[in-house]
Design a protein around this ligand. Structure first.
Ligand code: C2E
Ligand code: MG
Ligand code: MG
Ligand code: MG
Length: 285
């Protein structure tokens, strides 16, 4: 009986692996089809300055909605798109769509609003990335200084080629943010070499920041290191006022999270921004 259970367990494991492989393969083929049938869209999440609550920008977040109305999570399909190389054209689409939205919001009077766009290291490895980014911004009349590229902290940042691409982007005026900071393997010497302007504290350290001293210490250290290196520090996943207060006490510069707004479709973001501007005006007198 024990033996049979054991064998069942092995069979089950193999089946699970095969299923996982199948899932990835079918995702790969469905990504291209999804693009041609407009299943991708962007949602936008505000980023606020903690000292006065001013809206400094929005982060574009990719969404995939299937024809049956179900959503495919970014954490599921983006790694697959990266492995298959699809992220190169999908990422170009994201940048274009985000720039189009930003140009519209600037024209509507939301001046000074900045757009943060997530970029995979796989995209930065592509020889066409720099000319592509320049062309896309030009097409929409967006200045590089209005765009922040969020790159997830990873070993690849040590790569000399990636470093030189990031340096060029900085010289062109793009702002560079290190996303999910604190979760990857990062040496302080490497951080010093990276021409980044923003460090984003990963949500994992913001969670329970008001109740777990360890998380508070880590966040405090990230803020210190960031400021020491001349970077601004943004906390992701701010969900309640208690967390916000701790972050403010730690001199963290900005925040993003459900406390302010969930990622919103463009029309809903416009409504949110408008409400926010009216609130700012009445508060400022
Ligand atoms: P990220 O860039 O670190 O984005 C933050 C994630 O946290 C988003 O998940 C956002 O919806 C979620 N979030 C924001 N505030 C809160 C909060 O207060 N509480 C909680 N629980 N979650 C919050 P999302 O949209 O599912 O994206 C997951 C990841 O997928 C992103 O992490 C990013 O790494 C990647 N991603 C999304 N869009 C793109 C894209 O266009 N290109 C690339 N390369 N990656 C993308
Ligand atoms: Mg991000
Ligand atoms: Mg993040
Ligand atoms: Mg992330």
């Amino acid at each position: 009986r024990a033996k049979r259970d054991g064998r069942d367990h092995i069979l089950h494991f193999d089946a699970a692996m095969e299923e996982e492989l199948h899932r990835r393969l079918s995702l790969v083929s469905r990504i291209a089809e999804a693009q041609s049938t407009n299943q991708f869209s962007l949602m936008y999440q505000p980023q606020l300055r903690l000292s006065d609550g001013a809206v400094i920008g929005v982060e574009a977040l990719l969404r995939w909605r299937r024809p049956d109305g179900s959503w495919v999570r970014p954490d599921t399909f983006i790694p697959v798109a990266e492995d298959a190389g699809h992220i190169v054209w999908l990422g170009e689409w994201v940048l274009r769509e985000a720039c189009r939205a930003l140009a519209r919001w600037h024209a509507q009077g939301f001046k000074g609003l900045r757009m943060a766009v997530n970029v995979s290291v796989r995209q930065l490895r592509d020889d066409n990335f720099l000319p592509m980014a320049e062309r896309v911004l030009q097409d929409h009349g967006v200045a590089p200084t209005d765009v922040e590229l969020e790159i997830t902290e990873s070993n690849a940042m040590e790569d000399d080629h990636i470093l030189s691409v990031v340096q060029i982007l900085r010289k062109q005026g793009f702002s560079i943010a290190i996303d999910d900071f604190g979760t990857g393997y990062s040496s302080l010497s490497r951080l010093q070499r990276l021409p980044a302007s923003v460090l984003k504290i990963d949500r994992a350290f913001v969670m329970d920041i008001d109740s777990r001293p360890e998380n508070r210490s880590i966040a405090a250290m990230i803020v210190k290191v960031g400021h020491e290196l001349g970077m601004s520090v943004l906390a992701e996943g701010v969900e309640n006022p208690q967390q916000e207060k701790v972050l403010r006490d730690l001199s963290c510069d900005s925040g993003q999270g459900y406390l302010y707004a969930k990622p919103l479709p463009p029309e809903a973001l416009e409504v949110w921004l408008r409400g926010r501007m009216i609130a700012d005006r009445s508060r400022d007198g």
